[in-house]
Design a protein around this ligand. Structure first.
Ligand code: AMP
Length: 283
């Protein structure tokens, strides 16, 4: 694996592959890598000739300074994991490399409805920061395929919109399924911040999604939600949202008919750690 700190050097190196018509796959991450990230790398390795991963804890997507400073940073383990799992290139830039000037940190993206709901509503500015970093990284790497996780369902929709609107026609977005622990808990770098007690109750988040999906008859979401919220609260979760939305647009859904596709989305705090998850369903 080759490590690059500088965008220009990476671009020059990738040109060599592009000249040979090699297919380039890209997996952007914030590090503290786990099996979820590695599943994206595996998907890239299957589809592409060259796989590039990036590790950059993007300050402008954090709407909470404590969350940014507490975000786990485990670069040595990350490098080992990437190497062991066949990553060809790691891009590990400093902030200056991604945001060389004030202007590059203050772009605005018109995300419309997508920014007014769920993560957009509870984390003001978050998706603006995500778009800034992803657009910059796509400009640098210019991959044929971009691999992202369904774990961040709304983020995938935001990036799809960004790519459509910024004319990134040569890159195709590939959305990979959620990797879960045996308990059902969605893997997340933030899980590292859970204490032992919180770790033990965290899988309830997924269990409630699966319970709702398993008992949903198209009309009873409100009742199932109420029951789940009560169970989650009594186990110590502070739920920010638990909602059913249309899978392609994230518009709210009250009733669902056969053939329609929905997604249940949830965000909840367990102690100081904010967890998100989602579950796609149809009836
Ligand atoms: P992050 O490092 O949290 O920014 O995540 C980097 C990429 O990994 C994003 O596209 C995430 O959606 C994806 N990802 C994070 N957790 C998982 C998971 N449990 N399963 C699959 N993909 C994931």
């Amino acid at each position: 694996m080759i490590l690059f700190k500088q965008a220009q050097a990476l671009q020059k190196y990738l040109q060599k592959y592009r000249a040979q018509n090699k297919v380039i796959g890209f997996v952007p991450t914030m590090g503290a890598l786990h099996a979820g990230h590695l599943s994206l790398l595996e998907a890239s390795r299957k589809k592409c000739d060259v796989s590039v991963c990036s590790i950059f804890v993007n300050p402008v997507q954090f709407n909470n300074a404590d969350d940014l400073s507490a975000y786990p940073r485990t670069i040595e383990e990350d490098v080992q994991l990437l190497e062991k799992n066949g990553c060809d290139i790691l891009f590990w830039p400093d902030e200056q490399e991604i945001y060389p000037d004030a202007r590059s940190k203050s772009r605005h993206y018109d995300l419309g409805y997508l920014e007014t709901i769920f993560e957009g509503a509870f984390r003001p500015g978050h998706f603006q920061g995500v778009c800034m970093v992803v657009e910059r990284l796509l400009d640098i790497v210019a991959p044929d395929y971009l691999f992202m996780g369904q774990k961040d369902y709304q983020q995938c929709m935001v990036i799809r919109k960004l790519m459509e609107e910024s004319g990134k026609k040569n890159t195709q977005l590939v959305i990979c399924p959620i990797t879960r622990e045996e308990s059902g808990l969605a893997m997340s770098s933030r899980n590292k911040r859970l204490n032992e007690e919180e770790r033990a109750v965290a899988p309830l988040l997924y269990k409630e999604l699966a319970h709702i999906a398993g008992n949903f008859n198209g009309n009873n979401f409100a009742m199932l939600k109420k029951e789940s919220l009560a169970r989650l609260a009594s186990s110590g979760f502070r739920v920010e949202y638990l909602d059913l939305a249309e899978a392609d647009t994230l518009q709210p859904v009250v009733h669902m008919k056969a053939g329609e596709k929905g997604v249940i989305v949830i965000a909840a705090f367990l102690g100081k750690v904010r967890l998100i998850d989602n579950y796609q369903l149809s009836i």
